[in-house]
Ligand binder design. Structure first.
Ligand code: GLU
Length: 502
């Protein structure tokens, strides 16, 4: 049983014969936002479906932008969604030596060269290209140096970066989502793969790490397509096997702008704190860009695993809509295991001062909480709704809804509620049938509709004007409390009468 409030993704549906290794490679320069979470979900599903491995690599080489204290929140958010690395987590920053080893291999291959051009010279060339409305490209000036010239420059202490030589022609690869994609190599240019200090740059480190980690399939956002072409050239230069690539559509905000850390998107786990279940988030995110063949929407994680197929990922960028997420949450709350709901609701009830941990330890009380949750779950949009709409089951200290007070607690209601309470008291069993009988008797006696009793009774017992069926509500609250609350409401109505007449 899942007790840590994370999605229960333990069921492994594996039906393919291809072992695969996939990874999610977040950069810890912010929290895990919904876009990266969804990419992780696609990777995770792909691995589970094929009985493969799902790995996590933290891309923290860009040390200035990355913050080590953002790593744990990212891992926690992935865990909340039910995803953990099948092997030890890889930290890119610890692999400098390995990257350097492959850089040496690249230099030996003859597919790279040292570039001694100064920053100023490159900036001037870029400026000129912009002025002439050309795409800025490195002019390969340093590719012309002989081995002796390079040696001499190095001995003279001249700083140099490493550039990869991109051959002429064009490059095509088959994307698992987008099909064949071609780029002219001239667009890729001889890009830099290592800094003057000998450290590998992003694309090079990614290739080395993916290869060393045995990654067979790279599934990521379609904003990485340009990187993919660069990486393909690195694989080819190093004579390493290329993985399969799949680029998934990006998530958009309702204003159609791309969701990003900068555009105010929040930590995925924060949605959890706001009462979204992890399985809701998992379900909703994977439907943004993927759909099962039969068009189902609300699905359990095991069902998604069963139905997932990368071929079902479409090419359009979907919109992340918080209202839709909440609608999904409502459906998931209806079908969640009661233990999960208790574990999420109880802490919120404690914070609100409605229950204590001692109270919950008593099995009878826990059973009561479960009964109330079962009664209320149909109506919850987020977990926090429970505290607001079910607090009255746990204490008498509530105010009457103002509008309801004006509409239902009219002078006549005092007499009617008294009569109904007295009628309830005569019943030997306090169940739905006897309550209904009592209500009918009193409605007949006063020659009024049942609604004229139902609404003030609900307000008296719950303080609210909406909620579960009245009879279910009363049976759950119990006879004793029902009577106390009805009589307290009568007193209140009478006190209003006196105020008016004095
Ligand atoms: N670190 C990259 C990002 O956060 C991931 C790149 C990749 O998946 O190759 O977007």
């Amino acid at each position: 049983m899942n007790t840590d409030n994370s999605a229960d993704n333990s069921e492994n549906v594996s039906n393919s014969d291809t072992p695969c290794v996939v990874r999610i490679a977040p950069s810890p320069s912010g929290y895990l936002h919904v876009g990266t979470a969804r990419t992780a979900i696609f990777n995770w599903l792909y691995a589970r479906k094929r009985g493969g491995k799902f790995l996590i690599r933290i891309e923290d080489t860009d040390i200035e932008r990355s913050e080590s204290d953002l790593v744990q929140p990212i891992l926690d958010a992935l865990k909340w969604l039910g995803m953990e690395s099948d092997e030890e987590i890889v930290f890119q920053s610890t692999r400098d030596e390995l990257h350097r080893k492959y850089l040496a291999k690249l230099m030996d291959s003859g597919c790279a060269y040292r570039c001694f051009c100064s920053k100023e010279k490159l900036a001037a060339a870029r400026e000129l290209a912009m002025k002439e409305k050309r795409a800025p490209r490195y002019d390969r000036a340093c590719a012309q140096f002989s081995a002796e010239e390079v040696k001499a420059k190095l001995e003279a202490g001249e700083a140099s970066v490493i550039r990869i030589s991109i051959p002429d022609g064009s490059t095509t690869y088959t994307d698992m989502v987008l099909g064949d994609i071609t780029r002219e190599n001239v667009e890729i240019e001889d890009f830099v793969v290592a800094r003057a200090n000998g450290r590998a740059l992003y694309n090079f480190a990614v290739v080395v790490d993916d290869y060393e980690m045995g990654v067979t399939d790279v599934i990521r956002g379609n904003d990485h397509i340009t990187n993919t072409f660069k990486q393909i050239h690195i694989y080819r230069a190093l004579e390493l096997p290329e993985p399969n690539f799949a680029h998934v559509p990006l998530l958009l905000r309702p204003d159609k702008r791309k969701i990003s850390k900068r555009l105010g998107d929040k930590d995925v786990a924060e949605y959890g704190a706001e009462g979204i279940l992890p399985q809701t988030m998992f379900n909703y995110l994977c439907l943004l860009g993927w759909s099962p063949k039969d068009g189902r929407e609300v699905m359990k994680i095991a069902e998604i695993q069963e139905a997932f197929d990368i071929a079902g990922i479409n090419k359009n960028n979907p919109v992340f809509d918080i209202q839709k997420l909440q609608a999904f949450n409502k459906d998931h709350i209806k079908m969640s295991p009661i233990e999960q709901l208790v574990s999420l609701i109880a802490p919120k009830m404690q914070i609100a001062g409605l229950i204590t941990s001692d109270w919950l330890e008593n099995p009878e009380n826990r059973g009561y909480l479960e009964t109330v949750i079962d009664l209320m779950r149909e109506r919850l949009r987020v977990i926090d709704d429970f505290v607001i709409s079910a607090g009255f089951f746990f204490g008498d200290n509530f105010d009457y809804d103002e509008k309801g007070d004006r509409k239902q607690f009219i002078p006549e209601a005092a007499e009617r509620l008294t009569a109904l309470a007295n009628e309830f008291e005569t019943k030997s069993v306090f169940d739905k049938e006897s309550l209904e009988e009592a209500l009918d008797t009193i409605a007949e006696k006063f020659e009024i509709k049942r609604a004229a009793l139902i609404h003030p009774t609900r307000l008296a017992v719950s303080g609210l004007t909406v909620g579960p069926g009245l009879f279910d509500l009363l049976v759950t609250v119990g006879l004793e409390k029902t009577l106390v609350r009805m009589r307290k409401a009568v007193e209140y109505i009478n006190s209003k009468k006196t105020e008016v007449s004095s």
